[in-house]
Design a protein around this ligand. Structure first.
Ligand SMILES: Cc1cc2nc3c(=O)[nH]c(=O)nc-3n(C[C@H](O)[C@H](O)[C@H](O)COP(=O)(O)OP(=O)(O)OC[C@H]3O[C@@H](n4cnc5c(N)ncnc54)[C@H](O)[C@@H]3O)c2cc1C
Length: 408
């Protein structure tokens, strides 16, 4: 099998994971990791592939797979198909890649990623041993398939509170998603909003142009999902702005100044201060009468080419500034596009609106609006089946005012 090492140095999800990993271009030895922030030694994964024999064993036993013979009817996760699925749907492929992930530091067990299956144990045993590197493998626990229910996410407010039961917040697979990040992202928002509701604070709703979490939740509550939903960069229309390097700043801005301290750590504020100071320096310090902010736009000039005073800047701050400066033109165009749409996006649909009495709406539009209960005109426009005319009718009705609408 081929070894697959982890990233060197690893990139943490959080700015709170401070220390060694945040230095730019540094290579760390395992011992340095152990002594520093990363006490966790990274274990390598391994890659291997299925063979013609594996495929033959799977094919000749398909009638025994509940996923395949119709005993399980749910739609499987499209993006991680079972081995049965791969062998049948991609019959032209001679082999499929499998990742062996160590289960822990003190065990010989490996999780085989890419090999989900509901075939009987004997069949699994046979096909596992047909894979290079696994000829002598033992199976500790057989693979199995599960079918689970979910609660329609269109029954949720963007805060992740259900419309059905006040004060009850839902997150994760329960809302029809699949995936670790999808579950964690929703858990964060549901948890924050549950706490904020109890404290009497305004809810935290991240917009589609601020965060992938914003896209994920807006998609779920506005459109619902017919199959296990996964978040992809391609689902975000403003993905140029949604980057690893600016994620935390956007989250802090989205959270507002009264946001409970501690969620993102005090480090976040230091990062913001350093960011502002460095921006000023980039404009004032010059070479040949050209500010470094201009010079950095050139493809051949990167951060290490800057004078010594810039080299102590936090690596994340430097990376973000360099990205912003190099791609400034594209980012500005994207930002202008967002600003143009912002008016609709931010304009709330008042609570008093009764979709049943808005004149001119088609029956289908009424049903959809009543079901989703959009909070803003932007969200209303994204509901499938709602067209720009419906949104215009809603706007006219709103402009006429509550008194006029209710007196009808
Ligand atoms: C074999 C397998 C491999 C996967 N691989 C990946 C992968 O590589 N990458 C990826 O992103 N995703 C993967 N996923 C999907 C991912 O694991 C899930 O989508 C995610 O963990 C869902 O998180 P959750 O918090 O919504 O639900 P869960 O993690 O299922 O948490 C629900 C919790 O609720 C508890 N619970 C249930 N009922 C009750 C009750 N009545 N009272 C109290 N507690 C209760 C359960 O015990 C459980 O701990 C995989 C899933 C499986 C099954």
């Amino acid at each position: 099998m081929d070894l697959q090492e982890g990233d060197q140095p690893p990139k943490p999800f959080s700015y709170m994971a401070d220390g060694l990993t945040r230095k730019r271009d540094d290579i760390f030895t395992l011992n340095e990791w152990r002594d520093g922030m990363f006490h966790v030694e990274q274990l390598a994964c391994a890659i291997t592939y299925t063979t013609a024999e594996t495929h033959e064993i799977v094919r000749s036993n398909l009638d025994k797979s509940p996923l395949y013979c119709g005993r399980i009817e749910g739609i499987g996760p499209r993006y991680c198909p079972s081995l049965e699925d791969k062998v049948v749907r991609f019959a032209d492929k001679e082999r499929h890649q499998l990742f062996l992930e160590p289960e822990g530091r003190h065990t010989d067990e490996y999780y085989i990623n890419g090999c989900s299956t509901s075939l009987p144990f004997e069949v699994q045993f046979a096909f596992i041993r047909s894979i290079p590197g696994l000829e002598k493998a033992e199976i500790m626990r057989a693979g199995y398939a599960v079918e689970y229910d979910f609660s329609p996410p269109t029954q949720l407010h963007p805060t992740l509170e259900t419309k059905r039961v006040g004060g009850l917040f839902f997150a994760g697979q329960l809302n029809g998603t699949s995936g670790y990040e999808e579950a964690a992202g929703q858990g964060l928002i549901a948890g924050i909003n549950a706490a904020r509701q109890v404290q009497g604070h305004a809810p935290l709703i991240l917009r589609r142009d601020q965060a992938y979490i914003g896209v994920l939740i807006d998609d779920l509550v506005t459109k619902g999902t017919e199959e296990p939903y996964r978040m992809f960069t391609s689902r975000a229309e403003h993905r140029l702005l949604l980057r690893h390097d600016n994620a935390q700043k956007e989250a802090m801005l989205g959270a507002g100044s009264e946001h409970p301290v501690g969620l993102f750590g005090s480090l976040g504020h230091e990062v913001v201060d350093e960011d502002a100071e460095t921006r000023t320096l980039l404009q004032t310090l010059k070479q040949d009468n050209q500010p470094w902010a201009h010079l950095l736009k050139r493809p051949e000039i990167t951060w290490p080419d800057l004078p010594a005073s810039f080299q102590t800047v936090d690596a994340e701050v430097a990376s973000q500034l360099e990205t912003e400066i190099k791609y400034e033109g594209y980012l500005r165009r994207e930002q202008a596009h967002i600003e143009r749409n912002r008016a609709d996006e931010d304009r709330s649909i008042p609570d008093w609106i009764d979709f049943d009495v808005v004149p001119g709406l088609k029956a289908e539009a009424r049903v959809k609006l009543k079901k989703i209960q959009p909070r803003t005109f932007g969200q209303a426009a994204r509901i499938s089946g709602i067209n720009p005319t419906d949104v215009a009718l809603l706007q006219v009705h709103t402009k006429r005012g509550k008194a006029a609408a209710l007196s009808k």
